[in-house]
Design a protein around this ligand. Structure first.
Ligand SMILES: *Cc1c(COP(=O)(O)O)cnc(C)c1O
Length: 471
């Protein structure tokens, strides 16, 4: 039906129905990710209706400081005009075309070129997907294919870590080291094995962090020898574990991991889905942590989350074999190199370069956040408060002297998270570890504002914990 002459003045989304009505419709039809649907239905979802800079608003008009950049992705903040314009322009010109039929599109080419520029020098090629999970699936296919091409098809095993997060597809969830995820759906898939994480505060005992870092890396070598080095294809890890609770390994860890991978010739995969694109104060987390990966997965921050895009950076070591001996790599996605997503990524990376956002994190707000976090260590609930660049964690503990945690059944972290929402701050709880990863555009004044909210929420949590007699 031709409706060009009818001008519909749509009311703002939020006011078309009441919050309660949106919540009821949500509960009736929308199965949320990683969510207890019955529990959410009882409570009603918070409906987010708009965002600007580093702030969100809900349908009740509450303003919330987004200390999590959405889900670790809105690194350049909400409402960047150049990203919106890039999407709009590309939608009008060429909203979609594939890269299968010996065809390419200009944004996909431009982005590939730009990625080769901003990633470490060993990377000149990219394989595109649309998410972090998908890209890690690509990694599993690619490393096994690589070893087959090298005449070592028995190299199948990929070593990952407990409490690492690599996504939620069959391969992504298998690489992830979360037992509760493996418990559903018959995971992990074969030939994936996990070693313990480098979490000094929980596992370091009497060791210094540096001693512990070497010991934790040594678990990789132990596992390689158990499996048989001739069967190990790759090791995968996040430079800093994000979803696992911002676990920042001691500085001795990654160089030792690198040494072990080199010794046995196994591929090193850096999952940069969170750490990539400036989060740690360098373009990529491997640069901050001191490793030289063969493959690097990215997603989230590449487009600041405005549209979905992910991919794998492929180093010359792997690309040369793939290209020279490989023939066809039997793998790819309908949306590999999606022109709109790539156009937004190009605009986003250029914006980061123009505004010197990586330098802003490395030299200004990153060190400032670290300094502010230092001051939290006096708080009775805070066992450790650590940060790297613009990702940080506050470990809530029962006993600071003995590094004793609260029983997990008390859900102290959830109590704190409740206070955060109630006071206009998104801070995530991973068990009793409160994590933040604010947009990279955050200013010192906004960090002060965030710290005031964090202190208030810690105090409110402390009062609750005392009132319940848990301390
Ligand atoms: C979020 C995340 C993923 C999964 O990305 P999706 O886009 O949710 O599939 C993979 N690895 C890491 C490190 C992540 O943080």
């Amino acid at each position: 039906m031709q409706q060009d002459n009818i001008v519909i003045q749509a009311p703002a989304q939020a006011t078309r129905r009441s919050t309660r009505e949106w919540q009821q419709a949500d509960a009736a039809h929308f199965l949320h990710p990683f969510t207890d649907t019955a529990a959410l239905a009882k409570k009603g979802a918070r409906i987010i209706t708009k965002a600007e800079n580093i702030y969100l608003w809900d349908s009740e008009g509450h303003k919330i400081l987004d200390g999590m950049s959405g889900l670790w992705c809105v690194n350049t903040g909400y409402s960047q005009p150049s990203l919106i314009e890039a999407a709009n322009r590309q939608m009008k010109e060429l909203p979609y075309y594939n890269a299968f039929f010996q065809t390419s599109t200009i944004p996909a080419i431009e982005l590939a070129e730009l990625l080769a520029q901003v990633t470490p020098p060993q990377f000149k090629h990219v394989f595109y997907g649309t998410s972090g999970s998908e890209s890690n699936d690509t990694v599993v296919r690619l490393v096994r294919h690589y070893w087959a091409l090298q005449g070592q098809p028995e190299r199948q095993v990929i070593i990952a870590r407990k409490n690492g997060y690599h996504g939620s597809t069959m391969a992504g969830a298998s690489l992830s080291g979360m037992a509760y995820m493996h418990a559903q759906g018959g995971l992990p898939i074969p030939n994936i094995t996990h070693i313990q994480q480098p979490f000094w505060y929980e596992l370091g005992g009497d060791m210094s962090p540096d001693e512990f870092g070497k010991v934790a890396a040594g678990w990789l070598e132990e596992r390689i020898l158990e499996v048989g080095p001739e069967k190990v294809a790759a090791f995968i890890g996040e430079p800093i574990q994000g979803a696992g609770g911002v676990i920042i390994p001691p500085k001795t860890y990654w160089p030792e991991i690198q040494r072990i991978c080199d010794k046995y010739g196994i591929l090193l995969v850096s999952d940069e889905v969170i750490c990539g694109f400036g989060r740690t104060g360098n373009w990529f987390g491997c640069e901050t942590m001191g490793s030289k990966p063969d493959l690097m997965t990215f997603a989230k921050g590449v487009t600041a989350g405005y549209v979905p895009l992910g991919g794998v950076m492929v180093s010359d070591r792997v690309a040369d074999v793939l290209i020279e001996k490989g023939g066809e790599f039997e793998h790819g996605y309908t949306y590999s190199g999606h022109p709109v997503a790539c156009a937004v990524a190009v605009a986003n990376i250029k914006l980061m370069q123009q505004q010197k956002l990586v330098e802003h994190v490395r030299d200004d707000v990153g060190p400032y956040l670290a300094q502010q976090f230092e001051t939290l260590r006096d708080h009775p609930l805070v066992g450790e408060a650590v940060s790297c660049g613009l990702m940080g964690a506050i470990q809530l503990v029962k006993d600071k002297a003995t590094r004793q945690f609260f029983p997990s059944s008390l859900e102290v972290g959830m109590v704190c998270r409740g206070h955060c929402f109630g006071n206009g701050l998104v801070m995530r709880a991973v068990g009793d570890r409160m994590v933040i990863a604010p947009p990279l555009i955050i200013t010192r004044a906004q960090i002060d504002e965030m710290m005031t909210l964090i202190r208030r929420c810690l105090d409110l949590t402390l009062a609750d914990v005392k009132a319940k007699g848990w301390l």
